[in-house]
Design a protein. Structure first.
Length: 333
């Protein structure tokens, strides 16, 4: 029996060709969507040729279904001819393209190259970080050298001033030697305290203890503690030394007296009072020496405040006033 006389064969051909045609239309549609979203794909034109070829194959299968009931063999021949032409063109374009496609790096090769690039970037970042650290280190060294140079100059200027003032008021060579060495030791004690604090600040309580302890005479420190910047610490250290030396020679410590230091920090002002008592009676000096000028001029100028010296008979009272600031500030309890 001829195949066309058997309906089940006709429908088998028809359903099969429809399904094949739909699949042929689905495949190029998926490829087209992919190429639309991935325009970076190399050899995209070749894939578009496959899209055209597969779509024509789908049309061919639909025409085969059509001709099962309609004998439009001429149209079917044209569709097949177009499909054949697309097939030949695609095949001819594929073989020259094949070596270039094979030469494309594999996924593993791309991963290896990416890993090499990441490693190179990590090394570059490490080198840059090292360079930045070296530059910061050089800048810190320059700052430290500049600071050291500044401090050395200040220290030399202070020593020169101490030497000149001591020489002008010394009673003789031996007096100059003893007084000068004593003042240098006081300056050294303050510097040692600042070195312990890495030259950031100094505690007034520690400064007073370091300056007065070695005299071995009675004294007390009451009230608030103050944090002093290095320059203020040097000035107040010298001032405390001069007050202590004067108390030992002419004031409370020349007898059986004592020294009381009262410190308060309130109302944006620091108040430091040196009070001598229970010693021998005193009278105001006839002239101002190095210590008086240091207190009334040098310390007052350094603190931006005022210094007053009073000489009641029961003992010297030195009052130092300074505004609270970053240079003179209360120490948190």
């Amino acid at each position: 029996m001829p195949a066309l006389a058997r309906p089940e064969l006709i429908w088998t051909h028809a359903v099969s060709d429809v399904l094949i045609g739909l699949a042929y239309f689905s495949i190029p549609l998926a490829l087209g969507v992919f190429l639309y979203h991935r325009r970076d794909v190399r050899f995209g034109w070749a894939i578009w040729m496959f899209v055209a070829f597969i779509m024509l194959c789908g049309v061919t299968h639909f025409m085969m279904v059509w001709t099962l009931w309609h004998a439009d063999y001429g149209v079917e021949a044209l569709v097949k001819a177009a499909t054949a032409a697309a097939s030949v063109i695609t095949a001819l374009a594929l073989w020259p393209l094949l070596p270039r496609a094979i030469a494309l790096p594999s996924s593993d090769a791309l991963q290896a190259r990416i890993a090499e690039r990441d490693e190179a970037l990590a090394e570059l970042r490490g080198a840059m970080a090292t360079m930045l650290e070296m530059r910061e280190h050089e800048q810190r060294q320059k700052l430290l050298l500049d600071e050291l140079n500044h401090r050395v100059k200040n220290t030399l200027a202070t020593v020169q001033s101490i030497a000149v003032q001591t020489l002008n008021h010394a009673d003789g060579r031996e007096d100059f030697h003893d007084t000068f060495i004593s003042r240098l030791m006081a300056l050294s004690s303050t510097h040692n305290l600042l070195v312990k604090r890495e030259w950031t600040s100094a505690s007034l309580r520690e400064l007073a203890d370091g300056t007065l302890d070695h005299f071995g005479r009675p004294y007390s420190y009451e009230g608030d503690d103050l944090a002093l910047d290095p320059n203020v610490a040097v000035s107040l250290g010298m001032a405390l030394h001069e007050l202590a030396t004067n108390a030992l020679k002419h004031g409370a410590w020349a007898g059986a007296g004592r020294v009381d230091i009262d410190v308060s920090a309130a109302d944006d002002q620091a108040l430091i009072i040196w009070r001598e008592s229970q010693g021998r009676r005193i009278s105001p000096p006839l002239s101002r020496g190095f210590g008086s000028r240091l207190l009334e001029r040098g310390v007052a100028r350094e603190l931006g405040g005022s210094v007053t010296l009073e000489f009641p008979a029961e003992g010297l009272v030195c009052t130092i006033r300074a505004p609270l600031s970053e240079r003179v500030r209360p120490v948190a309890a």
